[in-house]
Write a protein that binds this ligand. Sequence first.
Ligand SMILES: *[C@@H]1O[C@H](CO)[C@@H](O)[C@H](O)[C@H]1NC(C)=O
Ligand SMILES: *[C@@H]1O[C@H](CO)[C@@H](O)[C@H](O)[C@H]1NC(C)=O
Ligand SMILES: *[C@@H]1O[C@H](CO)[C@@H](O)[C@H](O)[C@H]1NC(C)=O
Ligand SMILES: *[C@@H]1O[C@H](CO)[C@@H](O)[C@H](O)[C@H]1NC(C)=O
Ligand SMILES: *[C@@H]1O[C@H](CO)[C@@H](O)[C@H](O)[C@H]1NC(C)=O
Ligand SMILES: *[C@@H]1O[C@H](CO)[C@@H](O)[C@H](O)[C@H]1NC(C)=O
Ligand SMILES: *[C@@H]1O[C@H](CO)[C@@H](O)[C@H](O)[C@H]1NC(C)=O
Ligand SMILES: *[C@@H]1O[C@H](CO)[C@@H](O)[C@H](O)[C@H]1NC(C)=O
Ligand SMILES: *[C@@H]1O[C@H](CO)[C@@H](O)[C@H](O)[C@H]1NC(C)=O
Ligand SMILES: *[C@@H]1O[C@H](CO)[C@@H](O)[C@H](O)[C@H]1NC(C)=O
Ligand SMILES: *[C@@H]1O[C@H](CO)[C@@H](O)[C@H](O)[C@H]1NC(C)=O
Ligand SMILES: *[C@@H]1O[C@H](CO)[C@@H](O)[C@H](O)[C@H]1NC(C)=O
Ligand SMILES: [Cu+2]
Length: 568
Amino acid sequence: MRTFSLLAIALLSTLTASSPVNPFPSLQKRCTNSADDRSCWGDYDISTNYYDESPDTGVVREYWWEIVNTTAAPDGIERIILSVNGSVPGPTIIADWGDTVVVHVTNKLENNGTGIHFHGIRQNYTNQNDGVPSVTQCPIAPGESYTYTWKATQYGSSWYHSHYYVQAWDGVAGGIQINGPATADYDEDLGVLFLSDWMHETADQEVILAELHGPPTLNGGLINGTNQYNDTTTGTVTGTRFETTFVTGTRYRIRLVSGAADSHFRFSIDNHTLEVISADFVPIVPYVTDYVDISMGQRYDVIVTANNTVDNYWMRATIVQACSENDSPDNVLGIVRYNSTSTADPTSTAWSDALAVGITCADEDVSKLVPYVAIDAAEDPTNTTDFTVALYQSGGIGLWEMGAKSFVNQWDYPSLMQIAQGNNTWGISQNVYAYPEANKWAYMVIQTSNQQPHPMHMHGHDFFILGQADGTFDAATADLTYTNPPRRDVVMLPGDGYVVIAFYTDNPGVWLMHCHIAWHTTEGLAIQILERESEIPALIDSSTINTTCASWDNYASEDDIVQTDSGI
Ligand SMILES: *[C@@H]1O[C@H](CO)[C@@H](O)[C@H](O)[C@H]1NC(C)=O
Ligand SMILES: *[C@@H]1O[C@H](CO)[C@@H](O)[C@H](O)[C@H]1NC(C)=O
Ligand SMILES: *[C@@H]1O[C@H](CO)[C@@H](O)[C@H](O)[C@H]1NC(C)=O
Ligand SMILES: *[C@@H]1O[C@H](CO)[C@@H](O)[C@H](O)[C@H]1NC(C)=O
Ligand SMILES: *[C@@H]1O[C@H](CO)[C@@H](O)[C@H](O)[C@H]1NC(C)=O
Ligand SMILES: *[C@@H]1O[C@H](CO)[C@@H](O)[C@H](O)[C@H]1NC(C)=O
Ligand SMILES: *[C@@H]1O[C@H](CO)[C@@H](O)[C@H](O)[C@H]1NC(C)=O
Ligand SMILES: *[C@@H]1O[C@H](CO)[C@@H](O)[C@H](O)[C@H]1NC(C)=O
Ligand SMILES: *[C@@H]1O[C@H](CO)[C@@H](O)[C@H](O)[C@H]1NC(C)=O
Ligand SMILES: *[C@@H]1O[C@H](CO)[C@@H](O)[C@H](O)[C@H]1NC(C)=O
Ligand SMILES: *[C@@H]1O[C@H](CO)[C@@H](O)[C@H](O)[C@H]1NC(C)=O
Ligand SMILES: *[C@@H]1O[C@H](CO)[C@@H](O)[C@H](O)[C@H]1NC(C)=O
Ligand SMILES: [Cu+2]
């Protein structure tokens, strides 16, 4: 396996060998990325296998962020938000493939710890920068700072978010854009378009309702941090829509990122098709569609050609009601204008099916998500673990489990500290699954007999989706694909169904795997993958773990902080 693109190697060596004018072959750019050749990227290109190699630009992109408690009215209704530097979404991280990203985070909150996770980022041998309080660090105490450093070995679109309690859904989240090659050409990159659901109470109020009564009804959604809200009891419409202007003939790349707490979106633009070029961080063979279904934590990069009549068109992030309650599911709208001086609302009609009536919350069909760099998964089921996702009640609170137990890890004793101390006594609720050997395949069969679908996210890896279906998994009859299956970092576990995924043990660390529904993360739907434990101590800076934890312990004891959730 790991079939590195032989074509690219061959091409490169041919070019460098037959290039007498350049005395520095390693500096020779094979080609220049341009609107009409997005497949190339200097000495690398779209066929480079980025699990094996990535450029080394030497460029460092450095950010200084403050996590602050403020108020905002993204849909015209003011409420408390917690955020990076006061905006929702926070500042976008923009880097090139092969750059190093450094983020200095200062916790300016009064009453919460924090920690920033860079979703989908592989953190190749940099587990300690994964930003998960209770797993890779203690929470950053109020007044304290923490520096995250990682290399962009992948390219594409994603987001970062707090992994402390439900802070991400009070606003501590923002986009990540890593420039690199693409599987189709476009003229202009509009950047990350951040899709979120929204509530007028804070997420930490909503999560308590979720625990006691099940998922609460949310109030709407935002497109890149803004939208209108129509209070149907009073008829008052507040807020402003996201707008963008198209110039006829231009091909736009839009990086769709779902940062929703508990909503599955069907995204579309009236009268415009979407050419989908990547799923999460994985470039795919392009396909054209009227709409794309995007679940929590997922990303799709799409190219939209401005080839329609000069007019105004709705952009829709319809909330699919089959898996969550929302009082404005059809009102998550933005506007595409060809005429920038127009201020009228569009009168355009949705594509049939774009309003998502009567559909289930499902992923784009696996048959469409064909990775451009083809990699096969080995057919070797010796390391298969079976997981059953289930809901149960405990002390009047709903908890989810997928491992031995509903997940709980301690903020003040993160897994990496436990590993650094050589303490191999894992508690049952820590749901630790050990993969000690390097460069082996591991398989997971995740099954549920509950009707609720779950977007399952793995840290530290793209996994391979071998199977995804309704019903009960049966090894004898299941239709599993090992030949270039879809790879990504969030997959929807269908309600009353299963997924079979594989990953390759090429990244030592302790990696969380969890459901990305905000409430379910808090309610324990998670496990830890303990990968190549013997190699982890050499990779960690235990002095940073110790000082972060010492500050946290001080704060927690002075302020009587009691951890009531899963720790993630
Ligand atoms: C990941 O890290 C390992 C260890 O430092 C290194 O050998 C490998 O080249 C890295 N992979 C990529 C794609 O940069
Ligand atoms: C965020 O705020 C910090 C502190 O004020 C400032 O130094 C930094 O430039 C801001 N960053 C962005 C991206 O706005
Ligand atoms: C944010 O401010 C509000 C109002 O002052 C306060 O009640 C809340 O505890 C603060 N939240 C955090 C996380 O500091
Ligand atoms: C975080 O702050 C919110 C107020 O903004 C508060 O309700 C919540 O209890 C705090 N949670 C933790 C775990 O510190
Ligand atoms: C969305 O907002 C982010 C953060 O402000 C910004 O970087 C990005 O360009 C915006 N996206 C679009 C499509 O306007
Ligand atoms: C707001 O909702 C009311 C009641 O459903 C509806 O009559 C009205 O047209 C809506 N306003 C806008 C601007 O969509
Ligand atoms: C836009 O799409 C609608 C519904 O699909 C169709 O009826 C209409 O003719 C289209 N308009 C244009 C200008 O293409
Ligand atoms: C617009 O461009 C898309 C993508 O190239 C194409 O599928 C579609 O047919 C074009 N529509 C029109 C009205 O030309
Ligand atoms: C653009 O919109 C303005 C304001 O509605 C209008 O006066 C103008 O005629 C429009 N231009 C075109 C080319 O449609
Ligand atoms: C070892 O780890 C377990 C689980 O986190 C914990 O309960 C125990 O106290 C730890 N032992 C020591 C000696 O720290
Ligand atoms: C697979 O499982 C066996 C038995 O638990 C274990 O010995 C082996 O090391 C595992 N392989 C990997 C990749 O960790
Ligand atoms: C971190 O703390 C542990 C336990 O107190 C101690 O054994 C270790 O030496 C400390 N490491 C560093 C680098 O300070
Ligand atoms: Cu879930």
